[in-house]
Design a protein around this ligand. Structure first.
Ligand SMILES: Cc1ncc(COP(=O)(O)O)c(C=O)c1O
Length: 477
């Protein structure tokens, strides 16, 4: 008996309508990006309240119209990272070719965890991670993987640390000792989260205070380690920040390496944001000592022009990466810990994984490695220029002169007890106006407006316009 593909399913795989809609979508996106990149009167964010937004999409489903109208609707209801006045979170403004590679990943849907399900993406992942390892300054014995985000990459690295340093093999036997990690109080919250997922509890996260530039106080490490030992904790890892999330501050990575070596700790560096300076001659000095870490995380989707999520985790001794998840999965691979680089799922949380590597590689192979260096130099340079502009302005103060492209500042021309509240209100008005996108944070009990210069099209005139807009909002409030 012949089985015919049901008609609606036939439509879903019709290549002619795919071709037509694909062309329309590319036209739509190219026009839109061209407009927001060149015309500052366009809104960065067409802000609507969550309920209004939900209502819009509920109505849409009742009357969806043509697929191209869906895409237009999504564009009209989304924040525009390609707008030069997007100066908010540390998410890359994707190089456009990387978005096209992403579309290939989605259409081909090569699962990548095992070799046959992603031949190109596994081989390319090897090339990309070897390249990152070399830039870090590792020897040939290093090896890395690509995973879905810094959060997952940090957790994966800390599991490798536990495997290497805990007296009992927790993976097989469960917890026998109280394990702990040492990390700056300014580390990203995902480090805490990883430690808690690993069952270390609050006591197992030893937070080291920072100095006035938000860098870990290396002079306090010895004392904190001694106290931890007195409490019966076994410290397995020390984590360095390159850089911190809130202020973009780099820990003294070489001093941390010395300490980790002296005390036989796994040394991990969370370089999700600022680890990318290894690609820049000008800024590499900020991460001096990074090559001495046992493991390093660098997000491609922050300073490396790639759509999220896309993160490299590189091990100094490649073999460590194969020990993290030793587990039998007979239908995927036969040998648990053997170093088969081409089955990327052996070393990652993900079983099925997007073709992440091709999005980075599309940029690398098209424009050369120099594009990443240009991006970092340009954005870090703009960050400092913006901070200096703010310093000159009598109505504002900065939290700290930035080392990276993260600039925290606050409007201060108001009674001291109102400044926190005023800055929160300013930020809300800014977003609702749609003219700029910036975020906010609290540093040492003071509320700051937080900006990250992520867009290479952002100019000094955009910063000037932002400050002028804030002054105007403040005078109204
Ligand atoms: C220093 C640092 N580590 C980790 C993360 C989390 O990374 P992801 O969002 O890729 O999971 C961030 C995110 O901002 C970060 O700044």
């Amino acid at each position: 008996m012949a089985h015919h593909t049901p008609p609606v399913l036939q439509k879903a795989y019709d290549t002619e309508s795919f071709r037509e809609l694909g062309h329309q979508l590319i036209e739509l996106l190219a026009d839109h990006i061209q407009q927001v990149q060149s015309d500052t009167n366009q809104l960065v964010i067409p802000y609507r309240t969550p309920d209004t937004e939900l209502n819009y999409w509920q109505n849409h489903l009742n009357n969806p119209g043509k697929p191209i109208d869906l895409f237009k609707g999504i564009l009209q209801h989304s924040i525009n990272l390609h707008h030069p006045r997007y100066i908010g979170h540390q998410i890359a403004v994707p190089a456009l070719i990387s978005g096209l590679a992403g579309m290939m990943s989605d259409v081909l849907n090569n699962g990548t965890g095992v070799y046959e399900m992603g031949m190109a993406s596994n081989a390319i992942e090897r090339i990309v991670t070897d390249w990152v390892a070399e830039k870090i300054g590792y020897e040939k014995s290093a090896s890395g993987l690509i995973t879905s985000g810094g959060t997952l990459a940090n957790l994966t690295a800390l599991l490798a640390a536990r495997k290497a340093k805990a007296p009992t093999d927790v993976w097989d036997k469960g917890h026998a000792e109280k394990l702990a990690i040492m990390v700056s109080e300014e580390a990203h919250y995902c480090v805490d989260r990883a430690a808690k997922v690993m069952g270390l509890g609050s006591e197992g996260i030893i937070k080291i205070p920072v100095d006035e530039r938000f860098k870990i106080r290396t002079d306090l490490l010895e004392d904190h380690l001694r106290k931890a030992k007195e409490k019966g904790l076994i410290v397995i890892a020390l984590i360095g920040c390159a850089s911190t999330t809130a202020t973009g501050s780099y820990d003294d990575l070489a001093a941390l390496a010395d300490f980790a070596e002296q005390h036989n700790l796994w040394y991990h560096i969370d370089g999700a944001h600022g680890g990318a300076v290894v690609f820049s001659e000008q800024y590499r000095h900020l991460a001096k000592g990074i090559e001495r870490a046992d493991s390093v995380v660098i997000d491609f989707h922050k300073m490396m022009l790639t759509p999220a999520l896309n993160t490299a985790l590189v091990f100094k001794r490649g073999a460590d990466g194969y020990k993290t998840f030793h587990q039998r999965a007979q239908y995927l691979w036969e040998l648990e810990q053997s170093p088969e680089w081409y089955h990327s799922g052996k070393r990652t949380f993900e079983c099925t994984k997007l073709m992440l590597s091709i999005k980075v590689y599309a940029i690398l192979s098209t424009y050369g490695a120099g594009i990443f260096e240009e991006n970092i130099n340009h954005l870090y340079g703009m960050g400092l220029a913006f901070a200096k502009m703010i310093e000159q302005h009598p109505d504002f103060e900065i939290a700290v002169l930035p080392e990276a492209n993260i600039v925290n500042f606050r409007y201060i021309n108001a009674p001291a007890d109102q400044v926190n509240e005023l800055n929160a209100a300013i930020r809300q008005e800014l977003i609702e106006s749609g003219k700029f996108y910036i975020v906010q944070t609290v540093i040492r009990d003071k509320r700051y407006l937080r900006t990250t210069v992520m867009n290479v099209h952002t100019q000094a005139s955009d910063f000037e316009a932002l400050l002028a807009e804030i002054v105007q909002i403040a005078s109204r409030l």
